[in-house]
Structure formats: structure tokens, C-alpha cells
Design a protein around this ligand. Structure first.
Ligand SMILES: [Zn+2]
Ligand SMILES: [Zn+2]
Length: 347
């Protein structure tokens, strides 16, 4: 079968390969992949900085792809509650099910958590075999490509609903208008935010335009004072902020522009340690929380809202490419010339 793999632990070394079709073991389902997302993590995986090697250490070649959707075409022994033909999405995190974190309902922090597409073969392939419990039914009215966004959408649901909850009527601040930022916008609007302010810089002009189309108040921080812009909308500051860029300036702005007692969720990966004005957190009782991925039950919430969000999610898909164009996909993401890029084995 056709697949995209990282073939060795050096920078680059990602290409289309011919791989054996995986067997369908007991307890597994075979998914015929229809569409898969490419994200910033995949670009890091491609570039292979030292921390990636430390974090993942896979056996090469490893088939990449942790954001994917498809149709069940076979089920392994013992799988009786899912039938071939249904469309599904896959939670790419495998959990041990027996550590402290799995038992306390936070498998996101599981001590032994391989990730499909990073440490195990993933979904940039024609077929992938996954545990039954990793699979969620994608509502039949949702077109397949939308399902490929369910993984990053689950990150936004974990962030906006679970880690730093946005309440109805809240004024929300989102730093970074990339795909993850705009998915936060969609979820914040869904749960009833009154205003969602999305902040970007000059090179984000296209992305800010899309954010505005999706209902945000947009601010180009390169052209004006973003803090003043937030305070004009809510003098005391935003109720909750989601920092998706990983940029130090954005973190400072998030802390500064959030109201007393507000919450700031950090989703973006920073390149290096960033100082924070801790006095603001102390005297104004602001909370800073990290958001890594999602829990198992987060996916149930994602599946419950995905039909309603589908028309907006569709607008986030800027490119759909064949497997052979994977390097082009990485280039688009690195140069931020895209919103969400998908690859499809059928192209
Ligand atoms: Zn991703
Ligand atoms: Zn565990």
C-alpha cells in the first residue's frame, strides 16, 4: 500500500513509500483512510530537532500521520460492536490504562502513551489498523475530509471546555490565528462566548481575514496596540485567553490582557523557556494552565458538536494534496501560507 514514512532519525527523510498492508489483529479495526491532516508537529517531526528524537524514538521507518479519518473495512477477532462501512475518526494516543493518570481520568498524562504517526505507524497510509477503543464514529452527515480535523478540534475542546473553560457571555482572547487558534474560536463561539478577539501579526493577514469571517474581532498586533484593543472591548481584560502561538510576546500579552481571576491556557509550543510576570498571577489571582492534547472522553464531546461546526470547519481546509506532495505541505505550513492542509491517499 502507499504510505508516507519517516525513514530515518535525521532531518528530512520523509517520503512516499510502498509498505505492506498491516494485519488486523484481535481487538483491532482496519481503517481505510480517506483524508489526513498535516500539522506543525509533523513539520517538527520532519525537521527532527533533538527534543523530537528524545520524545519519540520510534523504530524506522515509521508511517506518519496522527490526524486522520476513514472507513472501517475489516474488524479483528472479538470486535462485535462496529461494522465495516461506517466512517470513523481515530484518537491517535494509545493509553496504558493502568497508570495513576489513566485511573484518575487524565490519560492525556499517561506514563506510557505511544502516539500513532509518531512512535507507531499512523494514518498517512491507505490502511491503518488501530485498537477498537481508539475509534469514534463520525456522524454520517459529516463529509469525510471534515473528520480529519477532529484531532486538532479535540485539542481545542479540551482547552476551551475542560482546561480553561469559556463561560457563556465571556470575552475570549486568542493569540495566534493558525488552525489551532481558529479551532479555539469555533469552540468558544459554540459554547457561547460574547466576543472572541483573535490576535495575529502582519504576516497573518490572510488568516485574520478568515478569523473575521468566522465571527472574530481581529487585531493585527504589528499595526497597533493589542492591549488597548482588548481593553476597548472589555476594560477589565478578557475573561479567558488561549495562547496558541508559542511566542514570548504573545504570552506576555495574554497575561497582561486577561482580567483579574482570569485564566490563560498555553497551547503553543515555545522554542525555549519564557519568563512570566508572576506578580500579575499572584496579586490578580490569574491562572496559567498548560494544554497538551485531550482525554478519551474529550473525543465524545468533539463528535457531539462536529456536525454543527462542519460548515465552519470546511472553511479551515485550504489545501488538499496527494501523498507525493508532502514536502510541499511542509513548506506551506512553515511559510504559513495555508490554513489546514490535508493529504489524501486517493489523489
Ligand atoms: Zn497535529
Ligand atoms: Zn496510563
Amino acid at each position: 500500500m502507499r504510505a508516507i514514512a519517516k525513514t530515518k532519525g535525521t532531518s528530512g527523510a520523509v517520503c512516499e513509500i510502498d509498505a505492506p498492508r498491516p494485519p488486523v489483529n484481535a481487538g483491532q479495526v482496519s481503517v481505510r483512510v480517506t483524508a489526513a491532516g498535516v500539522c506543525g508537529t509533523d513539520v517538527h517531526f520532519y525537521e527532527w530537532p533533538e527534543y523530537m528524537a528524545r520524545e519519540y524514538a520510534p523504530d524506522f521507518p515509521v508511517i506518519m500521520g496522527h490526524e486522520f479519518t476513514g472507513t472501517v473495512d475489516r474488524v479483528g477477532a472479538g470486535v462485535t460492536d462496529i461494522v465495516p462501512g461506517v466512517q470513523v475518526v481515530v484518537n491517535p494516543h494509545l493509553y496504558c490504562g493502568k497508570c495513576h493518570f489513566c485511573f484518575s481520568g487524565r490519560p492525556v498524562l499517561c506514563d506510557d502513551r505511544p502516539i500513532l504517526g509518531c512512535n507507531r505507524d499512523g494514518g498517512w497510509a491507505e490502511w491503518v489498523s488501530v485498537p477498537r477503543e481508539s475509534v469514534h464514529l463520525l456522524p454520517a452527515d459529516v463529509e469525510p475530509a471534515i473528520g480529519a480535523l477532529s484531532e486538532p478540534l479535540s485539542v481545542a475542546v479540551h482547552s476551551v471546555v475542560e482546561r480553561a473553560p469559556c463561560e457563556p457571555g465571556d470575552v475570549v482572547l486568542i493569540l495566534g490565528p493558525g488552525p489551532v487558534g481558529l479551532l479555539h474560536l469555533l469552540v468558544a463561539r459554540f459554547v457561547g462566548a460574547r466576543h472572541v478577539i483573535v490576535i495575529g501579526v502582519a504576516s497573518d493577514r490572510e488568516r485574520l481575514r478568515l478569523a473575521a469571517k468566522l465571527g472574530a474581532i481581529t487585531v493585527n498586533a504589528s499595526e497597533g496596540d493589542a492591549l488597548t484593543a482588548v481593553r476597548r472591548i472589555k476594560p477589565g481584560g478578557a475573561d479567558v485567553a488561549y495562547e496558541t502561538s508559542g511566542h514570548p510576546d504573545a504570552l506576555h500579552l495574554a497575561v497582561e490582557a486577561t482580567r483579574k481571576g482570569g485564566r490563560i491556557a498555553l497551547i503553543g509550543f515555545a522554542d525555549h523557556a519564557t519568563p512570566v510576570d508572576t506578580l500579575q498571577l499572584v496579586v490578580k489571582e490569574k491562572e496559567l494552565v498548560g494544554v497538551r492534547a485531550y482525554n478519551t472522553n474529550t473525543w465524545l464531546k468533539t463528535m457531539a458538536i462536529i456536525s454543527e461546526l462542519a460548515p465552519d470547519l470546511k472553511q479551515l481546509i485550504s489545501h488538499t494534496l496527494p501523498f507525493s506532495a508532502i514536502e510541499e505541505a511542509f513548506g506551506l505550513i512553515k511559510r504559513r501560507e495555508c490554513m489546514k492542509v490535508l493529504v489524501e491517499p486517493g489523489l
